[in-house]
Design a protein around this ligand. Sequence first.
Ligand code: A3P
Length: 287
Amino acid sequence: MTEADLYKRYKGVYVPADLHPPQSLKFYEDFTFRPDDILVVTYPKSGTTWTQEIVPLVVSGGDPTPVETVPNWDRVPWLEENRAMILSLEDRPSPRMFTTHFRHDMMPASYSQVKPKVIYVMRNPKDVFTSLYHYSETASFLANPGATDDFLKKFLDGQVIFGSWFDHVKSWLNAEPSDNVLYVAYEDMIKDLKGVVAEVARFLEKPLSSEATEMIAERCLFKNMKKNPMSNYSLVPAELMDQSKNPFLRKGIAGDWKNLLTAEQVEHFDAIYKEKMKDVKYKFAWD
Ligand code: A3P
């Protein structure tokens, strides 16, 4: 199916229409944060599910009950998606944990008044592209990616779900104030997961022993999350996500773009990246 069949535009970006009916977007806009809320923010395919595993484990001090009993989409629900309306989020004890795929300038009014804690996870856009390409073959609520060249053009033009990767990352890097935002790179999670868990714990002011940090990092390894039915999307029916095409936890590595993009596509990607990111001072883990 195509973008026209499956998506609608919200504030200029595509969102899957079925998951984002008008009443959910209204719910999102009217949402009231608490100062101790924790918000996981990502452009899709940047490490959302991974962070939805790490954060509840840090908050619980290493108690695995939340990640063993609640699927990730209810454990750290997307605020803009339809399920958010039926989860009685107002009744959840603090600290509540949420996810969003929206840009900084798309945050609800309450965000800038309350300034909840944000963990913004970024990933090499060539790997984001590669992961999204394969996921678009798997998820029936996403438009068919078609030829790599065609999908690449759409990705670089921001004509994919949640808009342009460049706009997303720049909006969050320029967030004002930024002292409530922790920036995390997928590549650093690959290189030093224990270090990132410790950093998240410090940011959330949840002191962890070295053993608890170690245990959380171990649970959040790709091979272990792949076995967790509450995190590997195996509870989702195949009509929605056909994991015989690609598992949701597909490869979990940095650099898989080398297996998808041709030298010419890489050159084109790099030229657009250089132009779009020329004013960005931030030192990315993948550069
Ligand atoms: P790949 O498709 O490259 O394998 P999101 O959760 O934002 O949709 O991102 C999904 C991507 O994160 C997938 O990338 C998935 O495999 C990867 N991922 C999820 N959990 C991971 C983990 N524990 N370690 C490494 N990668 C992980």
